[in-house]
Design a protein around this ligand. Structure first.
Ligand SMILES: Cc1cc2nc3c(=O)[nH]c(=O)nc-3n(C[C@H](O)[C@H](O)[C@H](O)COP(=O)(O)OP(=O)(O)OC[C@H]3O[C@@H](n4cnc5c(N)ncnc54)[C@H](O)[C@@H]3O)c2cc1C
Length: 425
């Protein structure tokens, strides 16, 4: 059990990595403080369903204090970390400074526009407020289109471009196509379905790079059958308020451009004095320690570590396994044992495309269609925090599945429609 003079561990970020680290240090002789700028944890893999009016925001988030309640030696501080004084071992925040003996840095990542011209016109999909803003924008476009008499303007308002054919882009394209072809077609029956379009742009020659080719081909085929205009080898050169321009000179008219084509380490880390590479991530030792600061561990999207010659991907299993390993190494360090290098065990990858359609790659298996879709649903329900959230999400999914409806087509007052609030490079 922790005493008042037990070593202090500060964890920055209550995401997948930070929460897992807090749990791994629970009931051990450490005084743990978990810091996050929000008082909730966000289940990012279902963020696109908030943007596609499938789920309410509160169904994919959970109060951090509720999660920590059973952990007696872990306390929570809602604050923005502004600076780390590595010499004095203090994390400075906008609320109060917090001293540490060990620090676990897990602030996640943010959208990477790679310096793209006109990035301020794009809608990122990386946080809860961005998802709500995007949902507002989509629904506002339909409201505006309902009163536009010029067919050209109406087509632009109802054209939705998604940049990036990775899992998030594919999942969002499928969910948006189903929203447009189903509930919104019924709501705006006078608009005519022909005017609305979902266009998915991918710079590479396949979707879902990194997955077996058979799965990428399946995803492409399903999206095309759902009416998504998928364009491969389509690299974006700039974005304007009402169009996307491709490197080959093509112009794609659209008022809404969703950017899912890149992530980089959370921006604030550079201001904290951490060394960052070109992808905004912090290179770490195999033990996950920061070079020159053995008391500092970096985990999750923020950490850059190579395995078998390639950087580990920015996905939740990496963050959680690294958090467990960092907590374990802190225990070993505190008891004078040598530290263990981290090795990632890949549990596989999944992406859903739409009703009864998904792809999954795990344990050497590559599965598609209904079995993959059911696996995806089950895995996401289990991982979602909170029984109430699971029940409501399951109800919403069943409602959507059986009635071809979306229960949450609301334009919330939190953000205005034409204010994408984007973070450009
Ligand atoms: C739309 C989307 C879909 C995804 N889908 C999947 C998927 O299907 N499968 C998968 O494995 N991965 C998926 N990912 C990636 C996965 O979510 C990340 O890899 C994972 O969240 C990384 O965990 P983390 O702990 O490093 O950071 P996060 O989970 O992002 O947590 C970081 C936390 O740090 C806090 N924070 C940041 N800066 C500060 C600060 N200055 N002060 C205080 N607090 C701060 C943030 O508020 C946040 O709570 C998805 C990501 C997105 C955006």
């Amino acid at each position: 059990m922790a005493k008042s003079d037990s070593p202090r561990v500060v964890i920055i970020g209550a995401g997948f990595g930070g929460l897992r680290a807090a749990r791994a240090l629970a009931h051990l002789p450490f005084n743990v403080t978990l810091i996050d700028r929000n008082n909730y944890h966000t289940f990012l893999p279902l963020l696109y369903q908030v943007a596609a009016a499938e789920l309410e925001p509160e169904e994919i988030i959970y109060p951090v204090r509720s999660i920590l309640r059973p952990l007696p030696n872990v306390s929570f501080l809602m604050a923005e970390v502004s600076r780390i004084d590595f010499g004095r071992r203090v994390a400075e925040t906008n609320a109060t400074p917090v001293s540490y003996d060990y620090l676990i840095v897990a602030p996640g990542s943010t959208t990477n526009f790679f310096g793209l011209q006109g990035a301020e016109h794009a809608y990122p999909l990386k946080s809860l407020d961005e998802a709500i803003r995007l949902r507002n924008q989509i629904l506002c476009c339909f409201e505006r289109a309902a009163v536009l008499s010029d067919p050209e303007q109406r087509r632009k308002a109802l054209s939705f471009v998604i940049v990036g054919g990775g899992p998030t882009g594919v999942e969002f394209a499928g969910a948006l196509a189903e929203l447009l072809r189903g509930p919104l077609r019924k709501d705006y029956s006078k608009l005519g379905l022909r005017d609305s379009k979902v266009i998915l742009l991918e710079a590479a020659e396949t979707l879902l790079g990194g997955l077996p080719r058979r799965l990428a081909v399946y995803a492409l085929d399903r999206l095309c059958r759902m009416g998504v205009d998928v364009r491969l080898n389509a690299a974006v050169s700039r974005i304007e308020a009402d169009a996307v321009h491709l490197k080959d000179g093509t112009e794609v008219p659209a008022e809404t451009v969703v950017w899912t084509a890149g992530v980089r380490g959370e921006r604030s880390a550079a201001a904290w004095g951490l060394p960052i590479d070109r992808s905004g991530r912090v290179p770490v030792e195999p033990t996950l320690q920061l070079s020159g600061h053995p008391e500092v561990y970096v985990v999750g999207d923020m950490a850059r570590l190579e395995q078998d010659g390639r950087p580990l991907p920015m996905v939740a299993p990496v963050a959680m396994q690294q958090a467990t390993a960092a907590a374990y190494n802190i225990r070993r360090h505190a008891s004078g044992h040598p530290l263990m290098p981290f090795r990632f065990r890949d549990p596989g990858m999944m992406a859903t495309i739409g009703r009864n359609a998904a792809v999954a790659h795990f344990a050497g298996l590559a599965i598609t269609g209904f079995p993959a879709w059911v696996t995806w649903l089950g895995a996401h329900l289990i991982k979602l925090i909170g029984f109430r959230n699971r029940l409501i999400v399951l109800t919403n999914w069943a409602w959507d599945y059986f009635l071809y409806e979306r229960a949450v087509r609301l334009i919330l007052p939190t953000a205005s429609c034409r204010e994408p609030g984007r973070i450009a490079d």
